[in-house]
Design a protein around this ligand. Structure first.
Ligand code: THU
Length: 165
């Protein structure tokens, strides 16, 4: 029997970081600051990410590019690596992202690439805890309640249980 299905999600849109809730204004400020120290000589697109841990601590990351282009890493994965390497048991509860070009902060929010979404999903699934995603642009900030909203029908450790004893 064929059945049509659909997936949709709600998110919030803000016009300035001052309107943000749950300390997300501080997180956006940290992501914007981190973007200043990104290493992005090849794209000129400097990205900063700031992860809020359950303890309240904020851990940042930036994109780090490489002459061998695929060896570069995005800001979101840098932040996750930094957080997990140094505070493995302190859950990531939110992550903010902001980006700079030669004309300043991007007007539109930057949304994480598929690779980063998958890495963030791992944090949600291993901690059984949602990670809020705060995507900042100069004139618009999007707040998504869970990374899984950004990666519907994703693969995670529960899929592996289908084949592993
Ligand atoms: N980039 C990030 O760091 N995060 C994103 O969400 C999008 C893209 C980086 C990768 C590369 O260094 C540069 O931005 C241009 O794609």
């Amino acid at each position: 029997m064929k059945q049509e299905a659909s997936i949709s999600f709600k998110y919030n849109e803000f016009s300035s970081s001052e309107e943000l809730e749950n300390g997300d204004d501080e997180l956006v400020a940290a992501a914007r600051k981190a973007a200043l120290s990104a290493y992005a000589p090849y794209s000129g697109f400097r990205v900063g990410a700031a992860a809020r841990l359950e303890s309240g601590m904020v851990v940042c990351g930036t994109n780090v590019e490489n002459a061998a282009f695929p060896s570069g890493i995005c800001a979101e994965r840098s932040a996750v690596s930094n957080a997990v390497s140094n505070h493995r048991d302190d859950k990531i509860i939110a992550i903010a992202v902001a980006a700079l070009t030669s004309s300043g902060e991007t007007e539109e929010p930057v949304t994480p690439c598929g690779n980063c979404r998958q890495v963030l999903i791992e944090e949600e699934s291993r901690n059984d805890n949602k990670v809020r995603v705060v995507l900042a642009g100069r004139s618009k900030i999007l707040v998504v309640n869970s990374v899984s909203d950004l990666l519907p029908l994703h693969f995670n450790k529960s899929n592996l249980k289908l084949i592993l004893p």
